[in-house]
Write a protein that binds this ligand. Structure first.
Ligand code: NAD
Length: 476
């Protein structure tokens, strides 16, 4: 393992300069130990305003930078991420807790999404081209974009926000989660090597700093990933200046296992997508509906897989399962499990020994419960999966849809035709068949209902970083 230098490493970037925070330093906790692992610069509201002023200035020339040049720059950034891949992965483990192999996957995702975004071309739609007239719809950048990111996939989500915005000709100010700013600070340092001053900035702090950034009149768009509550707050704060918004919010994804399923084939896959990143994934499978004929058998198989997990520090080679990222979330998930058990649910797994320190909760399979339990109604965002019994498929679909959220959903079956029939009835932005939580850079991803506004990825995601402009040319 490469030795990370934690001394004075983690500074803000404002107007191309790396700088200390005017509010001192923020302690970053390693969730595997519950102790301070590093500290980083903490920004003041005045520094947020400085970053916005510098970004506004930088936009004047960055928006004119030729497309080919911006594409080359994005590819150079991808090279930079590749060069620092090991450090980035280790920072993600340190601050977020996930096992190193998963953090390495996150870094590879960051590279892949950056290169994909570099390959995209913005369209020019020709609406008329007659002898007298040509009408085109062109797509221009918006200006200064505020990116506010959460703590679960800190590096990858920052890349999802920043790269399409830069590619389209915007300038970006990122505010990472106060729990996990380290890898994002390193990412912005890498980006800064390739772009003019003010094109990328990063300010670290809590909700106050997020608020100062997202409500500022010079911010033209906010791209936010986080809880529905904060997303709603950002939406109401954007009303005064009619900001563009992309909001990727919470989810409570249901998966429905049809009665013909091959349990040996799907059990491990279901476990992987429900407990991805210890369940701290927006589009993880969070409620599993299983037909009564297969209920006990599938629950048992999932419990065996859960009991085989080795919990520990993400840097230890034997670790397969990391901690919950922060103490607040740890307490929330513990309370949801306790509440379900009080109401009569049974925990089929979760008995293995846990490390003495840190925010560890063993992956917990719950049976014998229904929608009256909080762990089914609410987004648990942690290592617990409630398994719910159904008799009729129509009833399972209705129960899956009876949620305020609409991020993703899945149907599991050996009959692809039947699976597609039922998939079309799920009320959510992405539906998977025989998988869940799978995302790729070229397929748009976004939530319905209280799970969000707009979409990221693919051309649709890129276009959200632009504003249409219609050009009329009279030829005579
Ligand atoms: P959160 O809403 O608490 O925080 C997210 C970010 O918003 C942080 O950077 C935080 O500092 C900032 N923030 C807090 N108050 C703010 C305010 N008033 N104004 C502006 N910014 C403010 O969310 P979290 O706990 O970090 O993340 C977990 C949530 O994120 C879960 O609900 C999860 O489902 C969701 N999430 C969604 C997706 C998706 O793509 N849909 C992806 C990952 C996580």
């Amino acid at each position: 393992m490469q030795q990370l230098n934690m001394q004075n490493e983690f500074k803000l970037i404002i107007d191309g300069q790396s700088c200390l925070g005017e509010q001192g330093e923020l302690d970053i906790i390693n969730p595997a130990t519950g102790t301070v692992a590093a500290s980083c610069a903490k920004a003041s509201v005045a520094q947020v305003n400085q970053a916005i002023a510098a970004a506004k200035q930088a936009f004047k020339s960055w928006q004119r930078c030729p497309h080919e040049e911006r594409k080359n720059i994005l590819n150079k950034i991808a090279d930079g991420i590749e060069k620092h891949a090991e450090t980035l992965a280790e920072l993600v483990v340190l601050e977020q807790g996930k096992p190193l192999a998963l953090a390495q996957m996150e870094v590879q995702g960051a590279i892949g999404w950056t290169r994909y975004t570099a390959s995209l071309d913005l369209p020019v739609d020709v609406l008329e081209d007659s002898e007298q007239k040509r009408i085109e719809r062109q797509y221009q950048p918006l200006g200064v974009v505020a990116s506010i990111t959460p703590w679960n996939w800190p590096l990858m989500i920052a890349v999802w926000h920043i790269m399409p915005a830069l590619r389209a000709g915007n300038v970006v100010i990122n505010k990472p989660s106060e729990f996990t700013p380290l890898a994002t600070l390193k990412l912005c340092e890498i980006i800064q090597q390739e772009v003019p001053a003010g094109v990328i900035s990063i300010v670290v702090g809590d909700g106050e700093i997020g608020e100062a950034l997202s409500t500022h009149p010079d911010i033209k768009k906010v791209v936010f990933t986080g809880s529905t509550k904060t997303g709603q707050h950002i939406m109401s704060g954007s009303v005064k200046t009619l900001k563009h918004l992309t909001l990727e919010l919470g989810g409570n994804d249901a998966g429905i296992v049809l009665p013909d399923s091959d349990l040996d084939q799907i059990a491990q896959r279901i476990f992987n997508v429900a407990f991805l990143n210890a369940g701290q994934t927006c589009a993880a499978l969070k409620r599993l509906y299983v037909h009564e004929s297969q209920y006990d058998a599938l629950a048992q198989k999932l419990a065996e897989i859960a009991n085989a997990q080795i919990l520990g520090d993400g840097m230890a080679s034997e670790t397969t399962f990391g901690p919950v990222q922060n103490q607040m979330q740890y307490q929330k998930v513990k309370a949801l499990i306790a509440d379900a058990i009080t109401q009569g649910a049974k925990a089929l797994s979760g008995d293995q020994a846990l490390p003495e320190q840190g925010y560890f909760i063993a992956p917990t399979i719950l049976t014998g419960l229904d929608e009256t339990c909080r762990v089914v109604q609410e987004e648990q965002f942690g290592p617990v999966l409630p398994i719910l019994k159904y008799t009729s498929i129509d009833d399972a679909i209705a129960r899956a849809n009876a949620s305020e959220f609409g991020l993703g959903g899945s149907i599991w079956s050996s009959d692809l035709k039947a699976a597609q029939f039922y998939a079309a009835q799920l009320e959510c932005g992405t539906v998977w068949i025989n998988t869940h939580a799978e995302i790729v850079p070229h397929a748009p991803f976004g939530g319905w209902k209280m799970s969000g506004v707009g979409a990221e990825f693919g051309m649709e995601g890129l276009m959200e970083n632009t504003i249409g402009q219609t050009l009329h040319i009279n030829k005579v």
